[in-house]
Design a protein around this ligand. Structure first.
Ligand code: ADP
Length: 734
C-alpha cells in the first residue's frame, strides 16, 4: 500500500540520524574496553560513568545550519524522487497525477524547513493515500440479502421490502447486458463489428440500411448505435438525428471511410459521442464502445433516489444501514450531520488555511480505503441549526449523483468521484429538512414499536447480543416475558429500543458480577420481574395517566416529537384580571396560536357548550403546558386546549385517561393530524384507555395493525361538541 506517510518516514529518519550522530559525536565509549555487546551499547543513554564528551562533540552540536542543509539535500532529493515514483505508479486519474507532479516540482524548489514545503508534501501524501478507483465487488444475491435483513431485524416488513426492491433495481441496472445496434451497408464491416461486440458480451442487432435502422430504433431502446456515415437514402447523420429524437440517452458512434474534420465536427455537434475512421483497429472500436457505455452505466447507476430512514431514535435505522452494507459486502461508514457547524466540515478547507484538512466525506472515504462504501449520514434534520453557509447546497453536492461524480473538496482541490458511494440519510422527523434535499430523497418510515414487538426483539436480538457482550454465553440468563414487560413499562419510556437494550445490558452486568463472587454458583438463571426490580432498583416511570385523578381544567393531549409520540397535560385556570390570556410552559409559537384560536372559538360559541357568557369578563385565563424533556409544538393541540377550557368554564372534570389530538380552526372545523401511529403507541405506553382523533384520520387508523387498534377505544370526531361527553365527567353536584 502506498498509504505509508512519507512525512512520517522522513521525520522518523531525521530523528534517527540526529540521535545516532548525537550519540556518536557526544559519547565515546571508554577506549580499549568497548566490545560489541557491551551493556552501554545496548541502551540509548549509557551509564554516567562511561559518558565522556568527544572533542568534536560541541562542534557537531553547534554546527551552522548551512552544513545541515548540505547534508539534508541528498536524502530529501531521494525522498522527492520516491514520491514522484509513487505518483507515477498510483491509480490516480491523469488530472490528479498532473496536479501532484506540479506540486512536487513546486515543493522541490522550496527550503525543506519552510511550512509550505511541509504543506505541499502532506498534500501529495494525502492524494496518494486516497483509494482512487479501489472498490469492493458488490454481492447482489437478493435471496441472501433477504436472509440477512430477516436475521438482523424483527418485523419492519415494509421497509425491508423497499430495501430489497431498491437492491433489485440496482442489480437489474448493473447486470443487464447493453443493447447495441450496428448500422452499415458494407456486409463485411457489419459482420466484423457484430462478431467482436458479441464476443465482448453485448447484445448486438444489425441493420444493413439507414431505413432498417430507423425501424429498429423505434421499436427497441438501444444503449449504443454504431453507424456508418455514408449510406444510401438515409445516412449516418440522419440515423443520429433520429436516435436523439427517439431516445436522447442513447449513445451514437459514427464510423466512416470518408472522415473529414468537417463531418466529424458536425457529427459531434449533433450529439455523437465518438467518431471512428475506417479502416478501424479492433482495439479502437472496443475502447470507444466501452468509453461510451461507461458513461451510460454511470447514468443508469445514478438515477436512483437517495434513501432516507425516518423515525424516532432506536428504531433500527443504523442497524438497517449496517445490514445493507453487509448484504452488498461493502464497508459501512457513519457520520452525524448534527454536529457540523461549517460548510468546510463537508467540503474541506483550502490548503492555504493553517491546519487545513479535507472535509468529513473525503476523510471517511480515505479511512475506509474504498470508493464505494455504504455511507450513512445521521440526523439530516439537525443540519440547519447553527450551520454557517447553505447546508442544503453543500450536501446536495455530495449526494446528488448528477454532481457528486466530480465532487471537489477544497483541500483535495481536484474532483473525486463519489458516485459509487451508496449514501443513506437518517432523520427523526422530516419537517426541518430543506426542501431541495427532501426532493431528492425517498423516505422510508420506521415508527415506534409496540410493547409486544419490543419483547420479541429483545428475546431474539438484544438479549443474545448482550449475553455475548457480557461474557455470559456459557450460562445465559433466561429472561421471562414478564421481566421484559417490567423493564419496558417501569424503566423505559421510548418509541425505540435504546434504553431497553441499555437496561438489559445493565441486568447482564449485574448477573456477571454475581458469577465472579467467591463460591458463586455459575448456572443459567431464570430472570423474572422480581430479579429485574432487584437489579435495576426503584422503578423510573409511572403511568402518569392511570395513576392520577381526573381534574377540572386539565386534559391529556397526544403530541408527536422527534423521539416518537408523547403525552402532554394541558392545564387551564381562571382568575380575576383584565381579560388576558396568559400562556406559559413548553409551548411553541404554533401551539400559542392554537390556544388563542381555541379561546376565540369558545367565546364565540359559549352557549353551545354550556359556558356562562359572563365567565370571560374581568378574568384572566392562564394556559400552561408543563415542560417535558423536549419542547412540543404544532397545531394538533388545538382540540386538547379547547377541551381544557370547556372543562374549566363548565366545572366538569376532564378524564385523564382519555387523550386528545386534533387541530381546531377558528370556525370550529377539526383538521387531521400527523403521526397517528406514534401517538397511539405513546397513549398505550402512558396507560391511556381511549383516544379522540379527527374523523379525517380514519384512514391512518385503518392501516394500523389490529393489536394497536384494539388496545385503545378510538373515537373519531368531526366537531368539538362530539368530544365533550367522551372527555368530561358530569359536573359534580353544586
Ligand atoms: P437508530 O439508528 O434508529 O437510532 P439503532 O439502529 O441504533 O437505532 O437501533 C437501536 C438498537 O435496537 C440496535 O441494537 C438495533 O440492532 C436494535 N433494533 C432496532 N430495531 C430492531 C429490529 N426491528 N429488530 C432487531 N433489532 C432492532
Amino acid at each position: 500500500m502506498i498509504m505509508i506517510s512519507y512525512m512520517t518516514i522522513a521525520r522518523k529518519r531525521d530523528c534517527y540520524i540526529l540521535q545516532q550522530s548525537l550519540l556518536a559525536n557526544f559519547f565515546e565509549p571508554p577506549r580499549g574496553k568497548a566490545r560489541l555487546g557491551d551493556s552501554h551499547r545496548l541502551s540509548l543513554f549509557p551509564p554516567k560513568s562511561i559518558m565522556r564528551p568527544t572533542r568534536g562533540a560541541f562542534m557537531g552540536f553547534f554546527r551552522k545550519p548551512q552544513d545541515d542543509k548540505r547534508e539534508q539535500v541528498q536524502p530529501l532529493q531521494e525522498e522527492l524522487e520516491t514520491l514522484r515514483g509513487s505518483v507515477e505508479a498510483s491509480s490516480m486519474p491523469a488530472s490528479a497525477k498532473e496536479v501532484s507532479v506540479k506540486e512536487l516540482d513546486r515543493v522541490a524548489k522550496m527550503h525543506p524547513d519552510s511550512s509550505d514545503y511541509t504543506i505541499g508534501i502532506t498534500y501529495i501524501d494525502y492524494l496518494l493515500s486516497m483509494p482512487w478507483g479501489v472498490q469492493t465487488e458488490d454481492n447482489l444475491d437478493l435471496q441472501r440479502a433477504q436472509e440477512i435483513l430477516d436475521q438482523d431485524h424483527f418485523g419492519l416488513q415494509g421497509v425491508k421490502e423497499r430495501i430489497l426492491e431498491y437492491l433489485a433495481v440496482r442489480t437489474l441496472r448493473t447486470q443487464r447486458p447493453f443493447r447495441l445496434l450496428v448500422v452499415d451497408d458494407e456486409a463485411i464491416a457489419r459482420k466484423n463489428l457484430d462478431h467482436i461486440l458479441t464476443k465482448e458480451g453485448y447484445q448486438v442487432a444489425t441493420a444493413a440500411t439507414g431505413m432498417e435502422a430507423l425501424e429498429l430504433i423505434r421499436s427497441t431502446p438501444f444503449d449504443l448505435v454504431l453507424t456508418d456515415l455514408k449510406m444510401e437514402k438515409v445516412d449516418g447523420l440522419q440515423v443520429l438525428a433520429h436516435v436523439k429524437e427517439v431516445n436522447p440517452d442513447t449513445r451514437v458512434i459514427l464510423i466512416t471511410g470518408y472522415a473529414t474534420v468537417d463531418s466529424a465536427v458536425q457529427a459531434m455537434k449533433q450529439g455523437a459521442s465518438d467518431y471512428i475512421a475506417k479502416p478501424f483497429q479492433l482495439e479502437e472500436v472496443r475502447a470507444a464502445v466501452s468509453k461510451a457505455l461507461e458513461r451510460r452505466r454511470q447514468e443508469q447507476e445514478i438515477k436512483g433516489p437517495i434513501l432516507c430512514f425516518v423515525g424516532p431514535p432506536g428504531t433500527g435505522k443504523t442497524s438497517l444501514g449496517r445490514s445493507i452494507a453487509k448484504t452488498l459486502e461493502r464497508r459501512f461508514v457513519r457520520i452525524s450531520l448534527a454536529g457540523l457547524k461549517d460548510e468546510a466540515e463537508i467540503r474541506g478547507h483550502r490548503r492555504t488555511y493553517a491546519g487545513a484538512m479535507p472535509g468529513r466525506i473525503i476523510q471517511e472515504i480515505r479511512r475506509t480505503g474504498y470508493v464505494n462504501p455504504v455511507f450513512m449520514m445521521d440526523e439530516v434534520d439537525k443540519l440547519g441549526q447553527e450551520f454557517k453557509g447553505d447546508p442544503a447546497s453543500a450536501l446536495l453536492e455530495v449526494l446528488d449523483p448528477e454532481q457528486n461524480r466530480r465532487f471537489t473538496d477544497h483541500y483535495l482541490d481536484i474532483p473525486f468521484d463519489l458516485s459509487k458511494v451508496m449514501f443513506i440519510l437518517t432523520a427523526n422527523i422530516t419537517d426541518p429538512v430543506p426542501a431541495p434535499l427532501l426532493d431528492r430523497m425517498e423516505l422510508l418510515t420506521l415508527s415506534g414499536y409496540t410493547d409486544e414487538e419490543k419483547v420479541q426483539i429483545a428475546l431474539r436480538h438484544l438479549i443474545p447480543r448482550q449475553i455475548r457482550e457480557n461474557g455470559l454465553s456459557d450460562f445465559p440468563p433466561q429472561f421471562t416475558e414478564e421481566a421484559l414487560l417490567r423493564i419496558i413499562g417501569d424503566y423505559t419510556r421510548e418509541a425505540g429500543l435504546r434504553n431497553l437494550e441499555r437496561e438489559i445490558a445493565s441486568v447482564c452486568r449485574k448477573i456477571a458480577r454475581e458469577f465472579v463472587k467467591p463460591d458463586a454458583k455459575r448456572e443459567s438463571i431464570r430472570t423474572g420481574p422480581e430479579q429485574v426490580s432487584l437489579y435495576l432498583g426503584p422503578r423510573r416511570y409511572y403511568h402518569e395517566v392511570a395513576e392520577e385523578g381526573d381534574r377540572v381544567g386539565v386534559t391529556t393531549g397526544l403530541v408527536w416529537t422527534e423521539s416518537g409520540g408523547d403525552i402532554v397535560f394541558v392545564e387551564a385556570t381562571l382568575m380575576k384580571g383584565r381579560n388576558e390570556l396568559i400562556l406559559t410552559g413548553s409551548l411553541g409559537d404554533i401551539m400559542k396560536e392554537s390556544a388563542q384560536a381555541s379561546l376565540s372559538f369558545l367565546r364565540s360559541h359559549a352557549t353551545r357548550f354550556g359556558i356562562p357568557e359572563d365567565c370571560f369578563r374581568g378574568r384572566d385565563i392562564h394556559i400552561h403546558v408543563p415542560a417535558g424533556a423536549i419542547p412540543k409544538d404544532g397545531p394538533s393541540a388545538g382540540v386538547t386546549i379547547a377541551m381544557a377550557l370547556i372543562s374549566l368554564f363548565t366545572g366538569r372534570p376532564a378524564r385523564r385517561d382519555v387523550a386528545l389530538t386534533g387541530e381546531l380552526t377558528l370556525t370550529g372545523r377539526i383538521l387531521p393530524v400527523a403521526g397517528v401511529r406514534e401517538k397511539l403507541l405513546a397513549a398505550q405506553r402512558a396507560g391511556v384507555q381511549a383516544v379522540v382523533l379527527p374523523r379525517k384520520n380514519q384512514v391512518d387508523v385503518e392501516v394500523l395493525p389490529q393489536r394497536i387498534r384494539s388496545a385503545l377505544r378510538i373515537h373519531l370526531i368531526e366537531s368539538l361538541a362530539e368530544a365533550v361527553d367522551i372527555v368530561l365527567q358530569p359536573a359534580p353536584p353544586a
